[in-house]
Design a protein around this ligand. Sequence first.
Ligand SMILES: C=Cc1c(C(=O)O)[nH]c(=O)[nH]c1=O
Length: 309
Amino acid sequence: TDLSTRFLDCAFANPLMNASGVWCYDQTELDALNLSAAGAYVTKSCTLEPRAGNPEPRYKATPLGSINSMGLPNLGYRFYLDYVAKHDYARKPLFMSVAGLSLEDNLAMVREIKAANVPAIMELNLSCPNVPGKPQIAYDFDAMDAMLAAVCREYDKPFGVKMPPYFDIAHFDAAAEILNRYPQVAFVTCINSIGNALAIDTETETVLIKPKDGFGGIGGDYVLPTALANVNAFFRRCPDKKVIGCGGVKTGEQVFQHLLAGASLVQVGTALQEEGPAIFARLADELAALMAKKGYKTLGDFQGKLKTL
Ligand SMILES: C=Cc1c(C(=O)O)[nH]c(=O)[nH]c1=O
């Protein structure tokens, strides 16, 4: 069974990688992903200046996944740009996630990334739900359009966007119509956490996390059907773009479902946070075993071939 794939002219030993934000904050975490069985990895979304993020507790595992309101803690784009400049791309591809707090901040970072001319693939995060006072861009279609127009003017390479979940067919249509105006947007990563959920500790009668009165983005089992729907909705609507699946992956079976729904690569968030980078070897083995059982030799044998009734 061959798990290799190609994506944006890069070779991947397998389609597995972390979701931005998980196990990718600093040198130690990033090096662990580089040494893991993941076929690629992505840095924590960065801002112009370093950020401490929201007060703790800001991440909690829950019975069916996780809730987080990290608040975009990161070491600042200069650290991640330096990290991606030093990476050995012959070992595995590396993505750089960018989540500026304003259009101007994004343009300033994108200019520096362009000037550095690094092989890292840029993933522009349009869906951070946890910066108080900053509504997420991808739920404001005019703001998303303006952001993409400005970034495409500044940047000179294909890049991708990290999208929030949508829950209405009209919103799939509207978001895809905007994305399709920008051929430079070569991929769409679906989904970010489902924003502003609330998890409660019954015994103490208290919310689980401190920021935002306990409101935070959820991941894990809760989000798999929504993640698969968003992967398939954009796979159907954006035939000239690739889709990266993210959400609800903790076994090889869910990797298989994301690929079947149209994903070219599959990101792992909550399950990686809970199990650690060893998860990638397990997911690769489980995916290969499932493929062998079904008689598939390569990802192309089933990728994007979800059947309807
Ligand atoms: C970049 C900020 C994000 C954060 C965060 O740093 O709070 N959490 C998420 O679940 N998704 C994000 O995109």
